[in-house]
Design a protein around this ligand. Structure first.
Ligand code: ITT
Length: 193
């Protein structure tokens, strides 16, 4: 059977790397979204934004698409940065600095990563799932792996940040990996159709 083209509807290299690993055993030809695609994320939830991105890229390319909208919600900051995680500041370094500064007065360091995944074909949503990972915000960045807020997110009970883990470990316990566990059986059903 020929591989099916699947466009990863993301411009975030960190996410794309993780998806290549998660989808390695599936019969997909993974494609990048067309250069210069800018999609306005107007949703109030991660899932709404994942749908917006998946549908826009599928309509643009004529292929099946997979979009991920994800982010970090910090309890003491009443859920911020949440759906604004990528718009919180201009670079990973500045986002981390801003979050640590805003959280400084609060003893409560609890936070949660969420990842909403959506597979679309044209304007039709075929699959949507969400995954979570709970943890604590550290007082300073630790570790060199991963991307985004990984150096300041310590997974509950593990005592190490996402950036201190290898890819395999993050894949198993992270929000994207947890969403992918729910996506997997649905994807298998889709491929049988
Ligand atoms: P696309 O929309 O093109 O996929 P983006 O970076 O704008 O790329 P989002 O709107 O979903 O993606 O924003 C998610 C932000 O949340 C991302 O930029 C990171 O800062 C952060 N984030 C998401 N998943 C993460 C992870 O696994 N580790 C660290 N930070 C993460």
């Amino acid at each position: 059977m020929d591989n099916l083209p699947l466009v990863i509807a993301s411009g975030n290299e960190g996410k794309i790397r993780e998806f290549k690993k998660l989808l390695a055993n599936f019969p997909f030809d993974l494609l990048r979204q067309p250069f210069g695609v800018e999609i306005e994320e107007t949703g109030d939830t991660f899932m709404e934004n994942a749908r917006i991105k998946a549908i826009a890229v599928s309509q643009k390319t004529g292929n099946l698409s997979l979009a991920d909208d994800s982010g970090l919600s910090v309890e003491a900051l009443r859920g911020a940065p949440g759906v604004y995680s990528s718009r919180y500041a201009n670079s990973d370094k500045e986002r981390i600095e801003k979050l640590l500064a805003e959280l400084k007065p609060f003893p409560n360091r609890k936070a949660k990563f969420e990842c909403a995944l959506c597979i679309a074909s044209g304007e039709k949503v075929l699959i949507e799932v969400s995954g979570f990972c709970e943890g604590l915000i550290t007082f300073s960045p630790k570790g060199e792996n991963g991307f985004g807020y990984d150096p300041i997110f310590e997974v509950s009970g593990l005592g190490e940040t996402f950036a201190e883990m290898d890819h395999e470990k993050k894949k198993h316990i992270g929000h994207r990996g947890n969403a992918f566990k729910l996506l997997k059986p649905e994807l298998k059903k889709l491929l049988l159709k």
